[in-house]
Structures are given as structure tokens and as C-alpha cells.
Write a protein that binds this ligand. Sequence first.
Ligand SMILES: NC(=O)c1ccc[n+]([C@@H]2O[C@H](COP(=O)([O-])OP(=O)(O)OC[C@H]3O[C@@H](n4cnc5c(N)ncnc54)[C@H](OP(=O)(O)O)[C@@H]3O)[C@@H](O)[C@H]2O)c1
Length: 347
Amino acid sequence: MKAILIKQFVSDLADLQVSDIAPPKQDKSKIQVQITHAAVTHVDQLYAQGLHQNNKRHIKPPFILGNEFSGIVTESNPLSPFKPGDRVFGGALGAYAEHANVSADTLRTVPQAWSNLQACAVGSSGAISYGALISVAGLRRGECVLILGASGGLGVMAIQIAKAVGARVIAVVGGEDKADMVRKIGADEVVSYRDVDWEESVRGKTAGGDGVEVVYDAVDQLTERVGMVRSALKCIKYRGRIVIVGFAAREGKMEQVAMNRVLLKGAAIYGYRFGEDGRRDPRRVVDAWEGFMRLVDCGKVGPVVYERSYDGLGEVARALLDVREHKTWGRAVVKVRSEGEQSKVKL
Ligand SMILES: NC(=O)c1ccc[n+]([C@@H]2O[C@H](COP(=O)([O-])OP(=O)(O)OC[C@H]3O[C@@H](n4cnc5c(N)ncnc54)[C@H](OP(=O)(O)O)[C@@H]3O)[C@@H](O)[C@H]2O)c1
């Protein structure tokens, strides 16, 4: 089968190549999936270059790149909830390949109303944003939330989840096309992080200029001027909550925060790692998935797919570069194989 195999970490994403490798060996404890689509995420860029914290311990070469996919079940254990022909989406390493063997607990059934392309664009982002905003930050109806990284794969889910629970959303983005997109999916106010003193503008959009109750931070790079948590502390109301989801760094240098600012704001700052929660406390991840899927089932949250199509694994490198260059919004998706190809499933 074709796959993007990382034999050694690359220093330039353009060097990623498609290899011909043996398909995964049969494993009765796993579900075999023919991958139709694979998502292009910031995490994939880091994994390719060995720059993610997981590359220190869990993920080392050789491995197949790609973390989120949708596809069609080709074989499964009769006791499994998934049957051959089922359309599924999920999060597991090895998405940039034509086939994968994955654990049933990493898979979800594609909702009837979604294509495989759309399901792939949602991936785990919805459950991650639900866990961060609702389970961790405890966002409630009537509160105002600032979404940093609002145009990204996680951010577009966070906007819709916040609106679904009755919160007011201020979205922070980096360009006009992205501003239009986040307004379309429900953002009440939009601010550009490229404006000088954009934090003042955020405060000006809150009741009495007091600031927001909650900040959701899914930014993947630090700004030139200040870090995102420092900005969040400027935008937040007294006793507000900040939940950090993005791994914001500049050239590997992590943001430093002056603790007196945390004290002066009486702020609570939470870190949230979906994968680590799954390893340490799987019930929390199940709860996040269930909460998110309830919003999907009542039509309150939907996929946001970046408009450019990437056809075949050979376009993975181009797609990752587009993400890095801030060209994309929502989730960019690579079509690995057409949904109807070699399958009876037609959409
Ligand atoms: N904690 C967890 O469990 C978990 C799970 C998955 C991912 N993550 C992390 O979450 C982050 C977001 O992931 P994603 O897939 O949503 O990434 P993404 O699609 O690439 O989105 C990143 C967002 O960051 C914004 N951004 C980049 N530089 C910025 C800057 N200097 N100032 C303000 N905003 C900036 C981008 O805005 P523009 O495009 O408008 O410039 C974009 O909206 C990544 O760091 C990823 O590693 C965490």
C-alpha cells in the first residue's frame, strides 16, 4: 500500500514522500479500515519534524504519519460494534496510508448527514474543544468567551460549541477571509490579532469593558510581540478562566507568564491534553465525545472543510506547508481514496 512513512524525522516538510510498503498485518483485536480521507493538522507537521513532545517518548521513527482519518471498515471482529462496509472516522497514528488497523475505541460511526470528507474534517477536534470549553473551563450560557486560534481546526469547533451552549463568542483571527468564515459559523464579534492593541478591542466588546469570562487558547505559534496567555490575561475579567489547548511556541521557546498578572486577575489557568487524558482517565475522553456528539445530533455543530482539495497522499506535503503558511482555515483534508472506490458504499 501507499503511505507516508517517517523513516527519520525531516527538517523540510517538502521532503515528505509517498512510499510503497506492506499493508498492516491482520490483527483480530483491531478493526481494519480502508482510509478514504486524512486530515492535515499542526500536530502532523510537528510529528514529521520530531518537534512534538510525544516524539520524546511515544512516537519515534519508523512510523506512518497522520493522526486523523475517515474510511470504510474492511474487516472486524464479529464482537466489534463495527461491521465491514461501515463508514467510520477516528484519531490514530498512521492516517497517511491506504489502510490502517485501529482499536475500536479510537473509531466513531460517521453521522448519516456527513460525508467521509466532512467527518474527517471534524476528527477529534470537536471532542477536544468540548472537553476544553465545557468539561475543563465550565463555559456556561450567557458568558462571553474569547476564542484564540478561532480559524483553525480546533477553533472552528470551539466557536460552534460555545454558541450551542448559549455563550457569546469573540473570535480572534489573522485575516479578512478568516473573519468572514468565523462570522458564518456563529462568531458574534471578530478581532484581528494583527491589529496593534487588539486586546483593548476585545475588552471594548465586553459588558462594561470588564473583559471575557473564559479564554480558549488554541494558538499554535507565539506572536512577535507577546505570548497568547499574556494577551488572554489582558482580555479576561476578574476571576476569569483560561484554558490552554494549543502548544504555542516560537522556535521551540515556550511562553513565560508573569505570575503577578495571574494574581491580580484572580485568574484560573488550566492546561488540557486530550491524548494524555485518554491515557490517564479514559472516562473523561468518553464524556467529551458523548457531549460533543449530542450537539452534532441536534444539528448545532457541523464540519468546516478548507476549500482547496488535496488529491492523493502525494499532496500531503503541500497541504502541511499550506497549514504552516496560514493559508488554510477550518480543517484541510487530503483525499486518500474516493469513498465509493473498491467499496459498495456510495454517497
Ligand atoms: N491540547 C490538546 O489535546 C491538543 C490536541 C490537538 C491539537 N492541539 C494543539 O492545538 C493547536 C491548534 O491546533 P489546530 O489543529 O486547530 O491548528 P491550526 O488549524 O493550525 O490552527 C492554529 C490557529 O492558530 C492561529 N495562530 C497562529 N499563529 C498565531 C499568532 N501568532 N497569533 C494568533 N493566532 C495565531 C491561526 O490563526 P490564523 O490562521 O488566522 O493565522 C489558527 O487559527 C496546535 O498547537 C495543536 O498542536 C492540542
